[in-house]
Each structure stands twice: as C-alpha cells, then as structure tokens.
Design a protein around this ligand. Structure first.
Ligand SMILES: [Zn+2]
Length: 395
C-alpha cells in the first residue's frame, strides 16, 4: 500500500519536473514541497544510513530543485530506499548493495566516497612492509565571517608551501582528507587529516618539532594567527611487515574487525579520517551555510593520495571491485549484480523489505540481518542504528 503512494508521488514529481523543464510552469515551489515531503517519509533503513540528518536533507532537496537539478533532487530524497540485500550462493554471506544518489553532500554517499581510498591504502599496506605511520591534523586559524571558498583557498595556499617540506622530511606516502565544519565563533573549521607513512630515518622528536614549526610558517603568512594551535600529531604504528588483514575490510559500513593489534589501530584511524559528512551537518544552522557547504563539497575532491599510495598496486584486483560498485547508479543495479565475478551474488530483497519481513518472523531475513549486525562492534553510526531498529532479533 505504502509503495503505491510513493509511486503516485513520484509520478507527480516527474510531471512537475517536466513542466518546469519545458517552461510550462515557472514556480518551482510545488516541486520543492512535494520532494521535501517524500524526503520526510524516512524508511527504517534510510534512518540507519542517514542518521539524524533529516532537516539538512530536506533543505538540500529544496536547494537542488531550486538549482534545476530535478533528477538529483529526486535521487537525493530517495537515497537508500531501494538498497538491496545480496546473498552469496556459495558462502551464504550477505552484503548491502546501495542504490545511492552519489552526492558528496549526502550523509551516506559521502561515506562511500572513501571506499576506494581505503582499498588503495589497504592494498599497499597488505602487499609490502611499511615505515612508521602517523596521523597528523593540520588546521588553520579561523576567521569570523569568512566564506567557505576563501577558507579553502587560504588552506590550499598553505598546503602548497608545506608539502615539499614534508617530502624532504621523509614522506613516503600519504592520504589527505578534508573535513569541513562550520564553526560557531569563526566562519569555517576547514582542516586536513593526514595519514602519513615516513621513511623512518628522522627521529620522532625532530619530526614533530619540524612539522609544527614549518606548518606554522605556512599558515601564518596571512595576517591573524593569534589563535594558532600546535599541530595534532600522533604515531599510529612503527615500521613493520605487510598487514594482511587490511585488504578484506574495505567496506565502510559493515566489516570484520582485524584481529592483529597494529592492523586494528591503523584501520580505525583510516576509517575515522575517511568519515562522511554526517557528523558535521548538525552544526549547519543557517540556510546560507547549508548552500555554501553543498556548493563547496559538491565540487571538491575530499580525499587525495600522495607518494607511493598514489599508484595502484600491480596485480591487485580489490580496487576494481570497489570501483565497479562505486559506479552503480540507482538504475541498472540489478544488471550490474550479474556482471563478471559477481555471478554468485543474487538479490534477496530490498533492505527495507528485509527489516519489515524479519519483524514479522521471516527467518531468512532475520538470519541475513543477524549476519550484518554481527560483524563489527562499533558503538556509533549505521551499525549501531541498525541494532536499534532490529531489537526484535535480540529479544
Ligand atoms: Zn546518497
């Protein structure tokens, strides 16, 4: 019954979009309203993957309509509603096949953007020995009222001056991820998380001192640097042999925790660095901030690799798998499930249908969900919300 209503709503959306595109209608208000309403009808699974971000997502949906991006607006509002549960016919393992919108400013899809970077770094660490690895956070002094584009330009200027120094200091490879949060006191807290592998020749003390002094020089070329803070920098692990458990864990939502202590620590750091935008949007209070944020995030590369990690590991197929999954749009998903190498996976049902039928006693659905929530003991995010939703399994 529910899906009939949705189908009718979507037909209306389609008609309204066509009228606007052809210039029959000028006012996009009705379409904004209709899509915002569709966005509000959050399914249980959508809540799991998007968390408490509904006001933000509604605002963005309207904004997209206003920018005449009708197709993306529809996909954005519906993101996750068609996610599928796949099962492997040989092993019985299950996985979620996302039907995402692909937007960088989507709480769920922004997380998925990190997958290929995780796969790349994991395949390097899994194929050869590594030097000491550090987690470094580079920030710049905030400025009241500064627009986001200016914060970004200012940061990039400092980074360009800093990077050559970092290479000379012994950088072998690095993964850089930008986090963009609005700040209450200042305009934007635009900063960079780095996971860096060094060659291990420089001692820790010298390295820490050097990074701090050099970064300060680079960000302080602009006038105010009164609130300059020391660089956050911590050693994640020392040099060591190849880490074999990393490669099997490139999913960003459901994954098995590595058993090796070094792998575990490193894995968590990389995951945390690659986080999506979910945690930032609650502080986007003003409409203008939401729009600036989406403009900036929509047009930027949030993750970058440097040095050795820029290159693909020879003969490694992990990335191709991730890549092909990334590219699946909401349409043609069923078809792509049946392409090469994926023959063993078949569609069980949609995630929402799985939640629904499991609640009403369907064993196949319950077993599948039990498999999903049994993987990692994470205290936040999608997995934690899924556990809240499926309380009947534990009971
Ligand atoms: Zn999405």
């Amino acid at each position: 019954m529910h899906s009939v209503t949705l189908e009718r709503d979507l037909q209306d959306v389609h008609d309204l979009s066509a009228r606007l595109e052809r210039g029959v209608d000028v006012d996009d208000g009705p379409l904004q309203q209709r899509l915002s309403l569709i966005c509000s009808k959050l399914s249980a699974w959508q809540w799991c993957i998007h968390g408490e971000t509904l006001p933000f997502r509604k605002e963005v949906t309207r904004w997209l309509v206003n920018k005449s991006k009708y197709t993306l607006a529809r996909r954005y509002a519906l993101c996750g509603k068609g996610d599928l549960l796949l099962q492997n016919s040989k092993s019985g393992a299950v996985r979620v096949k996302p039907m995402g919108c692909g937007a960088g400013f989507c709480p769920r899809c922004s997380r998925r953007c990190g997958r290929k970077h995780l796969a790349r770094v994991a395949s390097h660490l899994g194929s050869s020995s590594h030097g000491p690895i550090w987690h470094i956070v580079l920030t710049q002094p905030g400025r009241a009222q500064e627009p986001l584009t200016q914060s970004r330009t200012r940061f990039e200027r400092a980074w360009k001056r800093f990077y050559p120094w970092l290479r000379k200091a012994g950088l072998v490879s690095a993964l850089a991820t930008y986090h963009v949060k609005p700040s209450r006191r200042y305009g934007w807290h635009y900063h960079c998380h780095l996971v860096v592998e060094f060659d291990g020749i420089v001692d820790e003390e010298t390295l820490y001192h050097g990074v701090n002094v050099r970064w300060r020089e680079c960000v302080s070329t602009d006038a105010s640097h009164l609130d300059y803070k020391d660089v956050f920098m911590r050693k994640v692990c020392g040099a060591g042999e190849a880490l074999t458990g990393m490669q099997n864990n490139t999913q960003l939502e459901f994954w098995d925790e590595p058993t090796d202590e070094v792998e575990k620590v490193l894995h968590y750091v990389i995951r945390d660095v690659l986080q999506g935008i979910e945690g930032w949007v609650s502080s986007l209070q003003r409409k203008e901030d939401v729009f600036d944020f989406c403009d900036a995030i929509g047009g930027m590369k949030r993750h970058r690799t440097y040095g050795k990690w820029r290159k693909k590991v020879v003969d490694d197929a992990t990335e191709d798998t991730v890549e092909s999954e990334e590219k699946d749009g909401p349409e043609g998903v069923l078809k792509s499930c049946l392409t090469k190498g994926d023959l063993e996976w078949s569609v069980l049902r949609s995630m929402d249908n799985c939640l629904h039928t499991s609640r009403h006693g369907d064993m196949q659905s319950t077993l599948a969900l039990t498999q999903l929530i049994g993987c990692t003991n994470r205290s936040q995010g999608v997995l934690c919300r899924l556990k809240k939703v499926v309380t009947w399994i534990a009971a």
